[in-house]
Design a protein around this ligand. Structure first.
Ligand code: CTP
Ligand code: MG
Length: 259
């Protein structure tokens, strides 16, 4: 009898506990409507449709009954056959929300993908590229796309007689730069170790942790990179929401080029 090679029991931690300050809707971003449905539902349907996970652990803003009910209704909609849906209270920072998710994973989980609900339109292909790299032996793997802007580092000028508030200190070689997305995939012990080590960071260091891969990088484990997608945009500002609405309507059609 032939076994499926390297089939890893994989969970997704969907972090959806942010407040959505920059979107400015006065409600958690996960609840903001996109194409007539809350952003959270798009993210959940995308994960389930990809078929890569045995469990989806959703970190919600603590005490948000509306979002909790939405997840519970979706759980019923899935009935049998779908992944186990687990709901946890998120924390004060994104990393705290990820840790709350880690604490709720089923025994026997081999790998975990951490995904931002804000990247609600991430295509199946990206989940599969991450799953394939994990199955091929990667401890950590992230999706990324090329950077289109020229990126420079700057520092503040002394003020007073300076003609502008900042001055350039360097220009990063663009061909070496990547804009990093989610889902970010890890062997479970690798991510657990990285988050455990992060508990000893001071508040300033913690504030600089914007993704899970950075914590893994700090432990010295190589982080592999696969192709992401321009469709996985992070809905952050009102402009992003307009772009996401446009993507849902599909107006780019044949002109769409996978980034
Ligand atoms: N997130 C989370 N818990 C937090 C902060 C963020 O689960 N304490 C999640 C968000 O829900 C989002 C992802 O992490 O899916 C990326 O965060 P971001 O885009 O910054 O979302 P918000 O924090 O909600 O937005 P803002 O920073 O504008 O308030
Ligand atoms: Mg935030």
């Amino acid at each position: 009898m032939s076994e499926t090679p390297n089939r890893l029991v994989t969970a997704v931690i969907l972090v959806a506990a942010g407040s959505g300050q920059r979107l400015g809707y006065g409600m958690p971003k996960a609840a903001v409507p996109l194409g007539g449905e809350p952003i959270l539902m798009h993210a959940l349907r995308g994960i389930v449709a990809s078929g890569i996970s045995s469990q989806v652990c959703i970190a919600l803003p603590a005490g948000n009954d509306g979002l909790r009910r939405l997840c519970e209704d979706f759980r019923e909609e899935l009935a049998d056959g779908g992944p186990l849906l687990t709901i946890v209270d998120g924390g004060a920072t994104r990393a705290d929300s990820v840790r709350a998710g880690l604490d709720a994973l089923m025994d026997g989980t081999d790998a975990v993908m951490v995904h931002d609900a804000a990247r609600a339109l991430t295509p199946d292909s990206v989940f599969h590229r991450i799953a394939d790299a994990l199955a091929a032996g990667a401890e950590a793997v992230i999706p990324a796309i090329a950077v289109v802007d020229t990126v420079k580092t700057v520092k503040a000028t002394a003020g007073g007689g300076s003609p502008a508030p900042e001055v350039v200190t360097g220009t990063a070689p663009r061909e070496d730069l990547r804009a990093v997305q989610t889902p970010q995939g890890f062997r479970l012990p690798t991510l657990q170790r990285a988050h455990e080590a992060a508990r000893s960071l001071d508040p300033q260091q913690s504030a600089a942790v914007t993704d899970d891969a950075l914590l893994v990088e700090m432990t010295g484990t190589p982080v592999h990179v696969v192709r992401g997608s321009t469709q996985s945009l992070k809905i952050t500002t009102p402009l992003d929401l307009i772009l996401a609405e446009g993507l849902l309507e599909g107006p780019l059609g044949a002109r769409w080029v996978e980034g």
